[in-house]
Design a protein around this ligand. Structure first.
Ligand SMILES: *Cc1c(COP(=O)(O)O)cnc(C)c1O
Length: 355
């Protein structure tokens, strides 16, 4: 894939103060278009600017829109490292496939990511800040037509946002509401795709939980609401006695997190007993009652590892670990961020230094 590069003549203002998450965007974007009969064409890096889309573009009407979320890191050595780009490429392809969107091959995806990061390398935060450059690849249907069928044109775009350390205010545990009425995903649906519509559909329940003092929602299975599945943008782990449990992916209702996969590998490398299986809320409740529920944490690209201090239910709150982050959540967070930044050696082959 040839990538034409047009650099900006009007650099965007650099952020001052804390970066937060997803508030600032770099000088350039990557874009490649797809046309039926022609495939992907016109790969390019161009200055960041608003998109021109026809009001009839089918993404606005029938939501053929999928995305990815990934980070690149600057190490103490100054080098920029990409984390598991191949897995993000594969997951984007899988999300596309589920929504009848054409897929981009992994090699071209990696080339696009590398080209954009190279162009905007000066936006990758310094290692000392604990920040990263967050990349948001997305694919949308651009064809102007009304009618329910797959579009005949698409754009794959990557935007980049410098983000701060997630824990600028410390590794504070989150309060999670266990939702047992609404559902995020159903068996046979598209819950395992990073499809934009899934997030729009979750907002109402998230807002209701926020109003009651919770940070995020833990979704349960749509059929019985007895099994916990995942948090809004994080997969869930529970340490019950000497077992670390995370809900299995078999039903296609859980987003297969790349952080989840990385954390599973790190836990197994520690020789811990790690199980992917159905996890009942009742089991968490019983373990909490008999004192064996040692830790609960979420995993996702944004937070990496986020300790859960409270599980809110209609029968009251369960406080975990005295509301303090557990030792395993802390240790895995330190290990994974260490690998990502290059401070720790990467025996799993997850990182690639940008040349
Ligand atoms: C992105 C996402 C995750 C976490 O995936 P990572 O690859 O670890 O960032 C978990 N659940 C949902 C619903 C997500 O959208």
């Amino acid at each position: 894939m040839q990538i034409a590069i047009t650099t900006t003549t009007q650099p965007r203002p650099r952020p001052e103060g804390p970066l937060g998450f997803g508030q600032y965007f770099t000088d350039h974007i990557f874009r490649v278009d797809w046309t039926d009969g022609r495939g992907w064409h016109d790969a390019r890096i161009v200055p960041y600017e608003p998109l021109a889309l026809d009001p009839a573009a089918s993404v606005f009407h029938y939501a053929q829109a999928v995305f990815e979320g990934m980070k690149v890191f600057r190490g103490d050595d100054g080098a920029i490292r990409l984390f598991r780009v191949d897995r993000h490429a594969a997951r984007l392809a899988d999300s596309c496939d589920k929504l009848c969107i054409p897929t981009l091959d992994a090699e071209s995806f990696a080339a696009a990511v590398a080209a954009l990061v190279r162009t905007d390398a000066s936006w990758v935060p310094a290692a000392s800040t604990g920040g990263a450059l967050y990349l948001r690849p997305f694919v949308v249907a651009t064809e102007a037509f009304l009618g329910v069928r797959p579009a005949k044109t698409y754009a794959l775009i990557i935007i980049a946002s410098p983000v701060g350390a997630y824990y600028e205010r410390g590794f504070a545990p989150v309060r999670i509401w266990v939702e047992r009425e609404a559902a995020r995903a159903v068996r046979g649906g598209v819950g395992s795709a990073k499809a934009a519509g899934n997030y729009a559909a979750s907002l109402k329940v998230s807002m209701a939980a926020k109003k009651r003092g919770y940070d995020q929602v833990l979704w349960t299975d749509a059929l019985t609401h007895e099994f916990v599945e995942e948090v809004g943008t994080m997969n869930l782990f529970a340490v019950i006695g000497d077992e670390v449990v995370t809900p299995r992916l078999d039903d296609g209702t859980i987003l297969p997190g790349i952080t989840r996969d990385s954390v599973l590998a790190l836990l197994r490398a520690r020789g811990l007993k790690v199980t992917e299986r159905p996890l009942r809320l009742a089991e968490l409740r019983a373990a909490h009652a008999d004192g064996t529920l040692r830790e609960v944490f979420g995993t996702g690209t944004a937070a990496v590892v986020s300790a859960v201090g409270t599980l809110g239910t209609t029968d009251g709150d369960l406080t975990i670990g005295g509301g303090e982050p557990g030792p395993l959540a802390r240790a895995i967070h330190a290990e994974l961020t260490g690998i990502q930044s290059g401070a720790l050696s990467d025996s799993h082959g997850w990182t690639r230094v940008l040349d």
